[in-house]
Design a binder for this molecule. Sequence first.
Ligand SMILES: [Zn+2]
Length: 127
Amino acid sequence: MTIAEIDAETATLNKKLEELRKQKLEIIRQEPIKCTKCGETSALNDWTFIQDHWFTYPRGCNEGDYWNDSPVDLCHIVCPKCSNRKRIYDHPGKERILELTERSKFHVLTIFEKKKDEYEKRNYNPR
Ligand SMILES: [Zn+2]
C-alpha cells in the first residue's frame, strides 16, 4: 500500500466509525426507561438529566471553594410524563442507566438533550 492509499483507507474507516458512533448514540437515546411513580415508559432521551454539583469548602488560604460534578449515579433524572425526579442511584433500572451513560463511552451530557445543573444547598457560614 502507498501512503496515499493508506490515507484514503483511514478516511473511509474514520467515516464508518463516526456513523457507528451516531447509530449507537441513537439506540442509547431510544432505550425505554420506566418511571417508578407514574409507571409510564419513556425513551431515555425524553428524560431530563440533572447534573448535580457538590461544594468543596475553602481550606487554608487557597484550597477549596469550588463546585464539583457529582458522579452520574448521584445525579437525578426527571420523568417527561409526571415530572417526578429520581436519583439514578435509587432507580430500579440504575445498572442499565449507568451502562447506557457512564459506561457507553459517551459523556452523559452528550446523551441527554434536556439537561440542567443543580447545586447542593450550602450551609456554610464563615465566621
Ligand atoms: Zn413518571
